[in-house]
Design a protein around this ligand. Sequence first.
Ligand code: ZN
Ligand code: ZN
Length: 336
Amino acid sequence: MASMKACLLVRPAPVETQPLQYTEVTAHQPDSHQVLVRVRYCGVCRTDLHVVEGELPPKKSPVIPGHQIVGIIEKTGSNATRFLVGSRVGIAWLHKTDGTCPYCRMGAENLCDHPEFTGYTLDGGYAEYVVAQEQFVYAIPEKFLDEQAAPLLCAGIIGFRSLRLSGIKSGGRLGFYGFGAAAHVAIQVARHWGVDVYAATRDARHQRLAMELGAKWAGGTFAEPPVKLDAAIVFAPAGEIVPAALKALRKGGALVLGGIHMSAIPSFDYELLYQERTIKSVANNTRQDGEDFLRVAAEIPIKTRVQLYPLAEANKALNALKNDAIEGAAVLQVSS
Ligand SMILES: [Zn+2]
Ligand SMILES: [Zn+2]
């Protein structure tokens, strides 16, 4: 069996303790419906931080994190015929669904009862090689460089689904709470749709980035935007933001929570929710979301800002993410 370099999580722990071990492991081989992909770049997502620190309960141990993978197909399974060897592809969070549960049948595969997730329930892209289900792999539009495409695969797709769920329309006013990788992509889609964006985030560099990318206003997390918002998306994993974001909404406004994990939401007066305001979470994405987003991303075209780290420094990248020290998205360079 071929071996490969990978960042292995043996036991979840705070990232300050360097829980990922850069080591040599056996590379997986594709089964009949899978492809083996040589990883070029893998984006670093906040979900990876939740996996590494154990806020998401371990599903596989040890596990290789990473689910924003851009790479080249090295080998195809006997029944995998969608892509040729040598094709550039993207691999995202949703590794597989059962295809048979009530949610899959109603077109909501993001809510599948028996899902598999890349870099969580099975090994992901903080490694030289990864296997994926060919039906869940994306073609990457030619327009994008490998490293710029990586953050599109989760930050981009989830931000896009969040935008859709917010119901925001052209001419609308949309709030972003937190301005990391997902928001820095979503604002470009929102601007393309003719939406005005108001960015509330604690970090001054992130406020500046929001203004550079066309926000109407940027302020602190708990500062009140100058206008009432039609909708808002909370990207930061902090429950205490929810009441503040509700307060910024107009009557009938929608609040979308874009993260997979959030600290407890404090209680708040019913008045903040009354007048038909709604709160909705976002869970995963469908393949359709991914295909639609990548098409729109190429049309615009989206420009991602990336901060590159070598694969061996994944702990460092996660530490920087935890400390708001990434402008745009962190991406691991695996090979090129
Ligand atoms: Zn299902
Ligand atoms: Zn992610």
